[in-house]
Design a protein around this ligand. Structure first.
Ligand SMILES: *Cc1c(COP(=O)(O)O)cnc(C)c1O
Length: 218
């Protein structure tokens, strides 16, 4: 199956209110252009340098989403153009994004990444801290950053009940604070689990290999 065919069948399959982030990490510009020609405009990357190079080389109406772990010292490279940062998981990062956003006269949209997986390897703010973040309105300390939703990565497993448990936990946080904090996006679901994620209320999926084919490395 080609990139175009994969995308077209995804467009047919996804509910209308679910946004598709095409995860193009490690893939060449030509693959991104093929997806672009098929109508895709939102692309996700996990490395600052790679995303910035692609932003510079590719059409300017592409919306770039940073989905990978972000180091504070690299924030300055993406703030000028990034459309959404999914992976904000600590206050130090809020602080730096706020500082750079102010410097570049931008309002930067972010998702709070929350740890929902049992696996230790996954990043994310612990659920109790995320709860406190909203209860105590800690976002108010960062006026140039707007939290527009939540992101979570589930455990890498085929166990549907485990996936549901993790996705439902994030949906529940989204429901608790969504209205009071004007949260719009619930980013959960990848190639292997986006159907389950959508059944649990996701409205933004990050799909890589099911569009572009498998990667040789991450
Ligand atoms: C790589 C990646 C994805 C996409 O993974 P696939 O399994 O290829 O769909 C989604 N989200 C994050 C945070 C990623 O790093």
């Amino acid at each position: 199956m080609s990139i175009t065919q994969n995308l077209k069948s995804l467009y047919k399959e996804l509910p209308e209110d679910v946004k598709l982030v095409a995860v193009s990490k490690t893939k060449p510009g030509d693959d991104i252009l093929e997806a672009y020609e098929a109508g895709q405009r939102i692309f996700g990357e996990n490395k600052v340098q790679e995303m910035t190079a692609k932003h510079e080389a590719l059409p300017k109406d592409i919306q770039w989403h940073m989905i990978g772990h972000l180091q504070s010292n690299k924030v300055k490279y993406i703030v000028p153009y990034v459309s959404l940062i999914h992976s904000v998981d600590r206050l130090k990062l809020f602080n730096e994004i706020n500082r750079q956003a102010n410097r570049f006269k931008k309002q930067v949209h972010v998702l709070l990444q929350v740890k929902i997986a049992e696996e230790d390897s996954k990043f994310g703010m612990p659920m109790v801290e995320a709860t406190r973040f909203f209860e105590e309105n800690l976002g108010d300390n960062y006026p140039h950053v707007t939290v527009v939703g939540l992101m979570g990565m589930a455990t890498f497993t085929d166990d549907e009940s485990q996936l549901k448990k993790e996705f439902n936990a994030l949906k529940s946080l989204f429901d608790t604070f969504g209205e009071s904090h004007d949260l719009k996006y619930l980013s959960m679901g990848m190639s292997g689990d986006y159907e389950v994620a959508i059944s649990c209320g996701s409205n933004m999926v990050r799909v890589g290999s099911a569009i572009f084919g498998k990667r040789n490395y991450d």
